[in-house]
Design a protein around this ligand. Structure first.
Ligand code: NAI
Length: 403
């Protein structure tokens, strides 16, 4: 792998909540950045919103601090933006990475530093598939486990609220210049969050079993007819049953991790943590004073989680669940099916995660699992290893460089 270019611009790719924050961060730090938004019509709308003298203000709702940034260029044309870029940060839902990479991959130069925040499961496999193995091996590739902030656009192309900042996160870098890459990313994100390196890209498959548990907990007993009077709070109204479900799903993931490490001692997944430990670590200061053995109160009382509501659609007489929300459309194919795929490969059972997939695919109108196997027609949307053509764990791990 070549080392990262030391000069050149930062390019932010994506146009959602997180991209708004990154543009503001770059401006705040005096780092020149271009904004590449390839999703239909987005660059045009962003240009119109920013105008001749506007920019993005990221306002921290807890501290009142504001970062402000104006990108040098906004474009949907990777041929115009990508040549010479020093650092390309993709920040978007995991399911949006593939269509975006298909558009931008031809313009990514050998030696580029390219990563995703968050990275998501099999980000490395996707890079190999879209860039081609030979070009990909010449690039520095990185991915983080999650996004540093809980954030929501308040005015498109103008303002975004930061509702909370995680205190730490893991980053994986596929490069001989790992610490340089980490320092670059750390500088842009800021030091309120500390990046800790994880060993290999398989780690990114072990994302927290999170949003679908909340969706299942709130809606699995709903009669499908009677509207809710109001949109319940996503986190702060969490029930004890849902907290237990998250904990049980997390237990399964830790057991799956242990099984993989037992079968393949060369694969280090020691950074994979249980939801309880992750909460303690990522939100240590925010949840100080709550019972750190009680996942339910760590979620319900976390100030970073205030103000976030269940995704619902207005209906006659109230609200009904919105099953097209990324809480399902992203987390089921890109998190839960990945667990199912890995479990299938190593012959391990994860019944709780499977139960949540079964319910989710029903309400989403998708087919991923058939007769307990990943054989459904919509599997191609997922990030399970099987979607990349891998059935055998050893072959998968060798090609991806995990063993
Ligand atoms: P978002 O929902 O705001 O992203 C929307 C953007 O994604 C669109 O504006 C567009 O640029 C792109 N996009 C969507 N569909 C696309 C498609 N089919 N093709 C190409 N581009 C498409 O996402 P957000 O909030 O910025 O989050 C980014 C990632 O961070 C997600 O994976 C999310 O789960 C994760 N995350 C977000 C948090 C938050 O508070 N916003 C908190 C923790 C994690």
């Amino acid at each position: 792998m070549q080392s990262i270019k030391k000069k050149g611009k930062v390019v932010i790719v994506g146009g959602g909540n997180a991209a708004h924050v990154f543009v503001a961060r770059c401006g705040h730090l005096g780092i020149a950045c271009d904004w590449l938004a390839t999703f239909t019509g987005e660059a045009r709308r962003l240009k119109a919103a920013i105008g001749n003298d506007g920019g993005i203000a990221a306002i921290n709702t807890l501290t009142g601090q504001t970062w402000f940034g104006r990108p040098e260029r906004i474009s949907d044309n990777p041929a115009e933006i990508l040549p010479g870029a020093a650092l390309i940060i993709m920040t978007m839902p995991i399911f949006a990475q593939e269509p975006t990479l298909k558009i931008i991959a031809p313009y990514i130069e050998e030696g580029a530093c390219l990563g995703a925040i968050p990275g998501g499961a099999a980000f490395d496999a996707l890079i190999y598939e879209t860039l081609g193995m030979s070009k990909a091996k010449q690039c520095d590739i990185f991915g983080t486990r999650t996004l540093p902030w809980a954030c929501r656009i308040t005015e498109y192309g103008k303002a975004v609220s930061i509702l909370g900042t995680k205190e730490n996160d893991q980053i994986v870098v596929n490069s001989s210049t790992r610490s340089f890459v980490i320092n670059q990313v750390q500088r842009i994100v800021g030091h309120d969050l500390k990046y800790m390196p994880a060993d290999n890209f398989l780690f990114l498959s072990f994302t927290m079993p999170w949003h679908p548990c909340f969706m299942y907990g709130m809606f699995s007993d709903w009669d499908g007819i009677t509207p809710f009077k109001e949109q319940p709070a996503f986190y702060t109204s969490v029930s004890q049953t849902t907290a237990n479900l998250i904990s049980d799903a997390s237990d399964e993931i830790i057991q799956l991790r242990n099984e993989i490490m037992k079968l393949f001692p060369a694969i280090n997944l020691s950074e994979v943590t249980h939801a309880k430990d992750w909460m303690k670590s990522a939100y240590a200061a925010s949840i100080k004073g709550t019972d750190l053995d009680d996942l339910h109160s760590m979620i319900a009382k976390n100030p970073a989680y205030r103000d976030l509501l269940f995704p619902m659609k207005a209906a006659q007489g109230g609200y009904v669940p919105d099953y097209t929300s990324r809480y399902l459309t992203e987390d089921i194919p890109c998190v839960f099916l990945v667990y199912k795929g890995l479990a299938e490969m190593v012959g391990f059972q994860i019944p709780i995660i499977e139960m949540i997939i079964e319910w989710s695919q029903r309400v989403m109108g998708k087919e991923y699992i058939v007769n307990h196997r990943l054989l459904g027609r919509d599997l191609k949307e997922s990030r399970a290893p099987q979607r990349f053509g891998f059935e055998d764990f050893v072959a998968f791990a060798k090609i991806m460089g995990y063993i």
